[in-house]
Ligand binder design. Sequence first.
Ligand code: HEC
Ligand code: HEC
Ligand code: HEC
Ligand code: HEC
Length: 452
Amino acid sequence: MKIKPQFIFILTLFVILVSSFSLVKEIDKRFGSLKYKDFESPEYCGASCHVQFYRQWEQAMMSQAYTHHWDEIEYFELAVPHSENDPDFEGVHDGCNGCHTPMAYLAGDVPPPRPEEGSRANESVSCDVCHTITGFEGDVPFNFNYIIEPGQTKYSSRKGEKDSPNHEIKVSELHAKSEFCGICHNEKSPFDTWVKSTHLEWKEGPYAKEGVQCQDCHMPKARFRTAAMGTTYDDTRMHLFHGAHSPTKIKGVVELRMNPDIRQAVPGEPVVFTLSLFNQKTGHKFPTGSVEDRILWVHVEAEDAEGNVYHLPVDKKDFEGEEYTIASDVLAYQDMAVPLEKPDFKGVRREDVPLGDRIFRMPFFDPQGRMTIMQWNTDSLGVDYRIGPRETIVETYTFNLPYETAPGMMKVRAIMNYRLLVKPVAELLGVPEEEYAIREINRTETEIEVLP
Ligand code: HEC
Ligand code: HEC
Ligand code: HEC
Ligand code: HEC
């Protein structure tokens, strides 16, 4: 029997279609494979044994990864509707839960009930999730590629001097390494673009070379008891997980020093101020993680002897993409039109920062090349103008002293400010102010003498 070429063509097409379809479906066998009751609740772990760790975890974002207001808003107002309104993004909201509430994902409870319903999805990144991870698939930790085996055996890097009366402890070297954190702190978008790369940034920086792990800064070692009946070690891991939401963690991340090129000047004369910005605190870039949301900028102003204040815009360096690193009043984020069901949505201001101020950021672009805060809709990345670990960036400010400048001492200050979420987006979506309130990272001051 002769088989017609057309038939073979159609058959091939069919096979390709079926296999690509099943690729999507088969991608994760873990989805829906477990139940909530396979995991202990954090309250159980913390009730009488690990009371202190429980109280620490409870104050960290880890315990609110599903319930925190901005997480709830972005998930339910943007991700879920995007998945419903655009067939290309069908199911895009499933993956969020793989990192933000792993139990819900593993239980196939997607989308989970809203936080106010008080379901177990609210437990977010819980004790038993982290302590039953046994490894990760492949070579690079990312997109929640954990291997997880809930049960009576808990995994941690220390066997412990005593056995726990409650569970077995198996030694897991992974728990002492940054790769463990990378499982959720590296993320690739459906367009194969790295939209979160905290672990990868760390890996190429100075701390990785020195063997300083994420745990060393976010779970610092202290003389402390691991459990009420447990052992006191000199190097017990505090469960602080303090990050951008912790004021003491972000305070002073970047050190600032500023110097003029001349100490005395007359009105009309140019003075160049050089600002050195040294990232002395982070093990990755700053900002890191939710880079699409964050905005870090420096405002420089001069105050003359009579109290008149002048704003100094940053000198341009003329690198590619620099326009994204200098505050302007352009509109952006038009891609929210789809989830918000506002076809005529023109976008909102890209940032609400004094025009001409330098911004340290890396813009994310949607497939149409517009700036986006929806990391799952990110096709490409723009210029990376963030401050690397132990990196020093230098900016200059050329100031032509106005003719009306008062004679006497003129103070010039630089203030580095931070917002966790760009304000116009927060206002549009009704995110509470605490998420976009200005947090001062640091400030410095220098002076020159204005001669009459
Ligand atoms: C985000 C993941 C994560 C979460 C959530 C988490 N832990 Fe841990 N925990 C770790 C890691 C990682 C280590 C080991 C760090 C190391 O050895 O360097 C650890 C260590 C421990 C240890 C041993 C401490 C020591 O120094 O030997 C105990 C006990 C513990 N965790 C209990 C808990 C309890 C109880 C909770 C919930 C209240 C919890 N953990 C939540 C990641 C986590
Ligand atoms: C199972 C996934 C998962 C693992 C593993 C994990 N994290 Fe996280 N982590 C998250 C999520 C999700 C958030 C975001 C919480 C939110 O919604 O703001 C978070 C938040 C944080 C924050 C707080 C950020 C802030 O804005 O204040 C820090 C710090 C942090 N993680 C550090 C670590 C470290 C260190 C490790 C490894 C020891 C680790 N994480 C392992 C999922 C994880
Ligand atoms: C040398 C200390 C140090 C090391 C090592 C380090 N961090 Fe951080 N990390 C910081 C500091 C300081 C901040 C606060 C400034 C900021 O938000 O970036 C921070 C912030 C964070 C945040 C919050 C970012 C945000 O905008 O919400 C996360 C998440 C985080 N770190 C995860 C990690 C992970 C994962 C690793 C390992 C791959 C790691 N850190 C290694 C010091 C460190
Ligand atoms: C690979 C793991 C992973 C996936 C998948 C993921 N996230 Fe996250 N998400 C994180 C981590 C880790 C952080 C914390 C990073 C930081 O602190 O800057 C975070 C932070 C956030 C924040 C910012 C919260 C804040 O602290 O300001 C929001 C909102 C958010 N995610 C929503 C989503 C949504 C919606 C999805 C799905 C479309 C999603 N995430 C998918 C790991 C993930």
